[in-house]
Design a protein around this ligand. Structure first.
Ligand SMILES: NC(=O)c1ccc[n+]([C@@H]2O[C@H](COP(=O)([O-])OP(=O)(O)OC[C@H]3O[C@@H](n4cnc5c(N)ncnc54)[C@H](OP(=O)(O)O)[C@@H]3O)[C@@H](O)[C@H]2O)c1
Length: 275
């Protein structure tokens, strides 16, 4: 019987536990050693993953075929530096950040390790939800060719849809996800504050929120961004756009600047059908 390659996890929160459980359960990889910030959380991660051994320090981790550094972004470089300090035989190392490139792992690359980043475009809200939702998720692979070639079948085996991403475009690519999801609540909060400050009864807001958002999503899915676009900028009514922009600026200067910038993008979208 063939033995699955071994995976060590440095960091096993939402992403580490999700990927760890999926690979362990499918037998694609065998989770070996798991390091977090405390023995208790490492033990809980091992229990969720259904395999592996919780360790207390980096020095307790045994050599492995794959190392996933799934710590918060700001800790990735320090974790790679610390791992390089072990002077192990080179293996494949990867992190899961959408914004940062494989170059965060430079100290290991300098020792001959194959390094990559692998970013699944999914909100890993909880590991229990994410293991159900990962199949079908696009996954951006970036970094050393040997590492991305080795990782592609591992991610494909758990249902991710891999695509290559150039290192220089990682920040731009991740900003797109911010536009697609993170800004939506900001836009909604701005609209609701404006409605409240225009005298609209607050009990109407929940109904308005649900109906407008649902219809906007339905239209977007059916017609695409350009087809679903409505409003004064889309109609080319620049005089109204300006007057409305001034009214928003008087209410809140930052919201006014956002209104002006988004109106220009809306006009471009209406004119050209794309940005
Ligand atoms: N969450 C998402 O939706 C999402 C989506 C795509 C990509 N990502 C990326 O995935 C990576 C991990 O994010 P996450 O959401 O899984 O983070 P998380 O849930 O906060 O988990 C971070 C893990 O790292 C551990 N940790 C922190 N500092 C450490 C250190 N110095 N040494 C060892 N372990 C350490 C934590 O330990 P404790 O368990 O003890 O706290 C925890 O297990 C990030 O690069 C992030 O950008 C996240």
């Amino acid at each position: 019987m063939s033995v699955s390659p071994r995976l060590n996890l440095i960091g096993a929160g939402r992403v580490g536990q999700t990927l760890g459980q999926l690979w362990q359960r499918t037998g694609v990889l065998q989770v070996q050693d798991v390091l977090t910030t405390s023995p208790a959380s490492a033990q809980a991660a091992v229990a969720f993953i259904g395999g592996g051994r919780a360790v207390a320090t980096l020095n307790d981790m045994r050599p492995a075929d794959y190392w996933l550094i799934a710590v918060p972004d700001r800790q990735i470089a320090a974790s790679a530096q610390a791992l390089a300090g072990r002077d192990l035989l080179p293996a494949t190392v990867f992190h899961a950040s959408g914004a940062l490139a494989a170059a965060e792992l430079a100290p290991l690359q300098a020792q001959g390790w194959a390094a990559a980043s692998a970013h699944c475009i999914l909100s890993f809200a909880t590991p229990a939800a994410a293991v159900q939702q990962l199949a079908g998720t696009p996954c951006a692979l970036e970094g050393d060719a040997a590492a991305t070639a080795a990782l592609q079948p591992l991610f494909t085996a758990i249902g991710a849809c891999c695509f290559p991403l150039a290192s220089d475009y990682k920040l731009r690519y991740h900003a797109a996800a911010v536009f697609a999801t993170n800004f939506l609540p900001v836009l909604q909060a701005t609209a609701e504050a404006l409605w409240r400050d225009s005298g609209m009864p607050s009990e109407l807001l929940p109904t308005l929120r649900a109906s407008l958002l649902r219809k906007a999503v339905d239209n977007l899915l059916a017609l695409g961004p350009a087809g679903a676009l409505t409003g004064p900028a889309a109609r080319g009514d620049t005089a109204l756009v300006q007057r409305q922009g001034q009214a928003v600026s008087q209410w809140d200067a930052q919201a006014g600047a956002a209104y002006a910038a988004l109106s220009e993008l809306a006009a471009r979208l209406a004119r050209h059908g794309q940005l």
